[in-house]
Design a protein around this ligand. Sequence first.
Ligand SMILES: Nc1ncnc2c1ncn2[C@@H]1O[C@H](COP(=O)(O)OP(=O)(O)O)[C@@H](O)[C@H]1O
Ligand SMILES: [Mg+2]
Length: 283
Amino acid sequence: MTTMSSDFTLSTLLPGAVPAMPVASATPVMQLENVSVFYGNYEAVRGTNMAVREHQITALIGPSGCGKSTVLRSLNRMNDLVAGARVAGKITFHGQDLYAPDVDPIQVRRRIGMVFQKPNPFPKSIYENVAYGLKINGIKDNMDDRVEQALRGAALWDEVKNKLKTSGLALSGGQQQRLCIARAIAVKPEVILMDEPCSALDPIATGKIEDLMHDLAGTYTIVIVTHNMQQAARVSHHTAFFTAELDEAGVRHGRLVEFNDTGRIFTNPSDKRTEDYITGRFG
Ligand SMILES: Nc1ncnc2c1ncn2[C@@H]1O[C@H](COP(=O)(O)OP(=O)(O)O)[C@@H](O)[C@H]1O
Ligand SMILES: [Mg+2]
């Protein structure tokens, strides 16, 4: 095991950033066992083993192209929608095989929602953006209440309550992303997957989303992809560090290098590659 250089700790990176929650004890909601993801014959990510724990925030970090989005999409069967994509190994959700033949991917995506990098509201009113997910899931009653609850849950209600009929596209980038979070939580998922949700936002809007994630973690389980290490250190309880490595034949594959409590990853990683990445030596 390597130790960090003495001048580098998480607290020098980010004072007070070590999450206070006891992290190892929470129940795993999802488990990945030897998960590899292929695009055609290309094995983009190989042999991933990790757990996603209930009501906690798990961050996937690593350099561009190491397979973070690929792994994230495999967690709610979004890769089903990518031609040629295939998942090998086992992913369980509450102990059940997510890829078993009798599992309905639409139901999976209702229980495990997704928020994307670029805010993608529909060209519809704020109200309709939130109501949409409810409608396609067959929910028709108490629509006004449900929309309000989702907007409150996404910390957006006070900013939009007097203009619910305005287009979602008229909102600022940060508000649009919170609208997308409202749309995701309206259907009451258990898990929310977020793929670099702040990378298109300014620091103030980013701070609001990070605060919101912290609040949401009381109700939902969150998995976030971020290439911003400070963000991973600020918001997450667990961190999975991926990298891309060449095999004997010179082909690059994403690999999970290390998975641990976030405080541990950023202060005392057990792998030299993790240390090099978090201290900025590559990536
Ligand atoms: N739809 C796709 N078809 C083929 N290859 C893909 C596709 N999506 C991603 N890849 C490849 O898989 C690898 C991992 O990509 P990705 O998961 O997007 O990485 P990251 O999110 O860490 O930047 C990369 O080599 C990328 O080019
Ligand atoms: Mg990505």
